[in-house]
Write a protein that binds this ligand. Structure first.
Ligand code: CP
Ligand code: NVA
Length: 309
């Protein structure tokens, strides 16, 4: 069994295998209904337990579809409905119970420590469905989407991120090291990536370009990524942060600095960081991006169950 917690800890060859498997499976499903089971029924009889400490639409539904299409089932639980922590039950006991009833655990949490603790006590694989420091399933899926649209390896493309240096960007940074692609980041001076992230980048001898001017970051981009300025449960002065990001809005002018066939991606949900004209424009691929979560997560699940072809 394998965990899927941070992209930086998964060997690049395995990340590549996951993408290749997702490609093949997606093609094979062309004529299938939403919850028809893949012909090989690879996870028949298995149960994925999902727990969300924060809201989720896409991750919840795409994991539901992913596990169903692999022939297995899922149950979604909320921490408030469980005996967990704070006088309820210790995390280690809960982990043992989850391992008794389920075959894999998907966790969205606002504590990296909790993710780590669960991984220590679980006897079944754990998948990170978003934590304060990363969103690995999202970013691996986004790489799949970029390569599907651009029809070339991401290492041959200029990737740009405009916006907050958050969990999604941390995973994109990890991916830029793993898959060797050029990454330009455009963000205000006081909102640059955290030291622990950049230290890891340095250790891996990678250079990431950080610009405090959006158009410089967007220049010649093949892909422009963005995300909400205010993340879920972000404990900041929202008014001030929004003001600080005013010059980092994705609008038509900013898009014009990128390549003509640039694509715009956003993990969703969105805020006011992108104007409707771009978000609904012809270069935006956000709906395909959301759909592809299903396909990549199926192959991530198979990786965790040691069932990748
Ligand atoms: N992109 C993403 O993870 O969306 P949800 O918060 O809806 O799961
Ligand atoms: N950065 C966002 C991503 C949501 C999918 C957040 O953490 O809220």
């Amino acid at each position: 069994m394998k965990n899927f917690i941070n992209l930086k800890d998964v060997p690049t060859s395995d990340l590549r295998k996951i993408i290749e498997d997702a490609k093949k499976r997606k093609i094979k499903r062309k004529k299938f209904n939403t919850i028809d089971i893949d012909k090989d029924n690879p996870l028949k009889g298995k149960l994925l337990i999902q727990m969300f400490e924060k809201a989720s639409s896409r991750t919840r539904l795409s994991f539901y579809l992913a596990i169903k299409q692999l022939g297995a089932g899922t149950i979604t639980i909320k921490p408030k409905e469980m005996h967990l922590g704070k006088g309820g039950e210790s995390l280690s006991d809960t982990a043992k119970i989850l391992s008794t009833y389920g075959d894999a655990f998907m966790l969205r949490t606002d504590s990296d420590k909790k993710m780590e603790e669960f991984s220590k006590y679980l006897k079944i694989p754990i998948i990170n469905g978003l934590s304060p420091s990363s969103h690995p399933t999202q970013v691996l899926s986004d790489i799949f989407t970029v390569e599907e649209i651009k029809k070339k390896p991401i290492s041959k493309l200029n990737i740009c991120w405009i916006g907050d240096c958050n969990n999604v960007l941390n995973s994109l940074i990890a991916a830029s090291v793993k898959f060797s692609f050029k990454l330009n980041i455009g963000c205000p001076k006081n909102y640059e990536p955290k030291k622990f992230v950049m230290d890891w980048v340095k250790k891996n001898k990678k250079k990431i370009n950080i610009f405090n001017e959006a158009k410089k970051a967007a220049k010649d981009a093949d892909v422009i990524f963005s995300d909400k300025v205010i993340s879920l449960n972000d404990k900041v002065n929202k008014f001030k942060k929004m003001k600080d990001f005013k010059k980092f809005k994705i609008d038509t002018k900013l898009m014009s600095f990128a390549k003509k066939d640039v694509i715009f991606l956003h993990c969703l949900p969105r805020g006011s960081e992108v104007i409707d004209e771009v978000f609904f424009g012809k270069n935006s691929k956000v709906w395909l991006q959301a759909l592809n979560r299903v396909h990549i997560q199926k192959s991530i699940l198979l990786y965790c169950f040691d069932k990748l072809r």
